[in-house]
Write a protein that binds this ligand. Structure first.
Ligand SMILES: Nc1nc2c(ncn2[C@@H]2O[C@H](COP(=O)(O)OP(=O)(O)OP(=O)(O)O)[C@@H](O)[C@H]2O)c(=O)[nH]1
Ligand SMILES: [Mg+2]
Length: 189
């Protein structure tokens, strides 16, 4: 929770961000193939500090604490903003942010704020719609198309592309798509 606990700001990192309970930890577990590497929970708000997972000596995945959980006290919410804000703004090794949103309700207010935050900070991001096993394939695909449409409809003229992927951590669908994106960030100069 404190700056001193962050690993050295060297190498490359990709951070996973999203609402409480959206499936960040499950996504990291599915993506790394090591179950219970990032602790998952049925209780929203379980991950309350920034957790780092080393893929190897120079590449890390970062599990950011979730936002938007109603029962969290105001002071904790503010602490979240400070911690995550400082991390996103100040981290040299951060290559990109995976913004996770529930496929059944993407782009809620705080999700949009995080999109704006990334755009203002000029931080590359992609959107991953989680728990897509909860919808039929056709409904998941239309949620994806709709989300893409919203992201492209931004007033910002520099927004020329956006990436939205479907993921089911529990079924293992979409992991390859996310990896392709991560590889691009890890391999970029
Ligand atoms: N059906 C389904 N459930 C999922 C999926 N991914 C996660 N879940 C469930 O959603 C709940 C929350 O998952 P977590 O991975 O702990 O979510 P989180 O975003 O890390 O939550 P916090 O750390 O509390 O912010 C758990 O009960 C998971 O089993 C998925 O792809 N499909
Ligand atoms: Mg978590």
């Amino acid at each position: 929770m404190h700056g001193t606990q962050l690993p050295q700001d060297q190498g490359k990192e990709v951070a996973f961000a999203g609402r409480s309970n959206v499936g960040k930890s499950s996504a990291i577990n599915a993506i790394t193939g090591i179950r219970s590497l990032a602790r998952t929970s049925k209780t929203p708000g379980r991950t309350q500090q920034i957790n780092f997972f080393e893929l190897d000596a120079t590449r890390r995945l970062v599990d950011l604490p979730g936002y938007g959980y109603a029962k969290v006290p105001e002071a904790v919410r503010r602490a979240w903003g400070t911690m995550v804000g400082e991390y996103l703004r100040g981290r040299q090794s951060l290559q990109g942010v995976v913004l996770l949103m529930d496929v059944r309700r993407p782009l809620m207010t705080l999700d949009r704020q995080l999109v704006d935050w990334c755009r203002v900070a000029d931080l590359p991001f992609c959107v991953v719609l989680t728990k897509c096993d909860k919808l039929s394939l056709s409904r998941a695909r239309s949620a994806r198309a709709e989300t893409l449409r919203h992201l492209m409809a931004s007033n910002d003229p520099t927004v020329s592309k956006a990436r939205v992927m479907l993921l089911s951590a529990s079924r293992g669908n979409g992991i390859e798509d996310v990896w392709q994106w991560l590889d691009g960030w890890f391999e970029g100069e």
